[in-house]
Ligand binder design. Structure first.
Ligand SMILES: [Zn+2]
Length: 387
């Protein structure tokens, strides 16, 4: 799945000028144009290294550590063919001045980084795993561990037998092009009915101990179900990309404005110099010539500013690179809430892989409740009790 999203975010010159002036800090040296990108790519990204390492291992490559945090990689057959070499030295440290002969500088967004990402995204990896159950499957206090009760007493928690449900994890990389290329890894966990259960910015489903293979899960996936899962994941990824884009617009916009500001300071100073020289001049012919230079400078300024805006124009791309089918341990938890003669039975589904009960449904409205209270001789959530 590939989705490219184009966004034209060229800022309006008038509005931006004001904003840029307001942000001018004492530390900035006006007129110094720097083309060294600062910020996000200036330090190594540990998630990126994890991603590359995991992908290389899953593709069948052999990775050995080399000095300075480099990796010496013996490529698998498919990659040997693809890249026409048997081994490659990967350099991750973005601050390294010299790179060993033949080595690939592998920071996110670098040429080799993109090459690796492209190969990784070519065929989504498909794996089957089982989430190991925790013992005990739920905390002893049961639902009380996730839901507070006021004016009510919890009875003992009764955990039912553990069963295994099918879940699917979608692994995706969201890439931002424009200015500083940037990548983030996300994982989305979808439940049996196609509902999105979790999303996390991580290379793996978090807080779970996996084992290879599907436990207690024989039958193959139905095609309609698979399609429903894919649709849910796709919609969530789209939402995610929109959220990330909104946030990136701010950070990218700030870097772009800083560059425009430096450019502006440089050209304003040059133009001012030209005009000052102009005023001192006596010869008329010469005057016109010099006046022409100031105009040339203004045109050059506009051209360069347009270039800067274009370079920072943002484009986001989402790509799915891995699918994991999971066998996931779940169980039902039953527990009573009591107040005098009143007994209300509550149920919660427990994620046994994490030993975590879900929020119980409010007995009055059915919504998930973080707190239950006694209201008009019945049990209700804060919303129901307040209404
Ligand atoms: Zn309620």
């Amino acid at each position: 799945m590939t989705a490219a999203r184009a966004g034209s975010r060229a800022a309006k010159p008038g509005a931006k000028k004001k904003a840029a002036l307001a942000r001018r800090g004492p530390a900035r040296k006006p007129g110094v144009a720097s083309h060294i990108p600062l910020g996000e790519t200036a330090t190594e990204q540990p998630e990126w290294r994890t991603f590359v390492g995991r992908w290389l291992a899953m593709s069948g490559c052999k990775v050995e550590p080399a000095p300075h945090g480099d990796w010496e990689v013996e490529l698998c057959e498919a990659l040997q063919k693809r890249w026409r070499r048997q081994r490659v030295r990967l350099v991750f440290d973005p601050a390294r001045n010299t790179v060993p002969r033949g080595a690939w500088f592998t920071a996110p967004g670098s040429t080799a980084g993109r090459r690796i990402l492209e190969a990784a995204l070519d065929h989504p990896m498909f794996t089957r795993r089982t989430a190991l159950a925790q013992v005990p499957g739920a905390p002893p206090e049961g639902i009380a561990s996730v839901c507070r009760a006021r004016g009510l007493t919890w009875g003992p928690a009764r955990l039912g037998p553990v069963r295994y449900e099918r879940r699917v994890a979608f692994h995706a990389v969201i890439t931002r092009w424009g200015g500083l290329p940037w990548q983030e890894q996300w994982v989305i966990l979808v439940g049996a009915g196609g509902e999105v259960l979790e999303r996390a910015q991580a290379p793996q489903v978090p807080d779970v101990r996996p084992r290879e293979g599907l436990y207690q899960m024989g039958e193959e996936l139905e095609p309609e179900l698979r399609e429903r899962w894919l649709q849910a994941a796709r919609a969530t990824l789209e939402e995610l990309a929109t959220e990330r884009e909104r946030e990136w617009e701010v950070s990218v916009g700030r870097l772009r404005d800083a560059e425009l500001e430096r450019l502006g300071a440089f050209f304003s100073a040059r133009i001012e110099e030209e005009e000052e020289r102009d005023r001192r001049r006596t010869g008329r012919d010469e005057h016109e010539l010099e006046h022409g230079d100031a105009t040339q400078l203004k045109l050059e300024w506009e051209r360069r500013a347009a270039e800067v805006r274009q370079r920072w124009e943002m484009r986001t791309e989402i790509r799915l690179w891995g699918l994991e089918e999971w066998s996931w341990p779940v169980a039902d938890l039953e527990q009573e809430l009591k107040s005098g003669a009143m007994h209300v039975k509550l149920r919660s589904a427990v994620d046994v892989a994490r030993g975590r009960p879900a929020l119980p449904a409010c007995p009055t409205c059915g919504e998930q409740a973080e707190m239950l209270v006694r209201a008009r001789g019945h049990v209700a959530c804060a919303n129901c009790a307040g209404a």
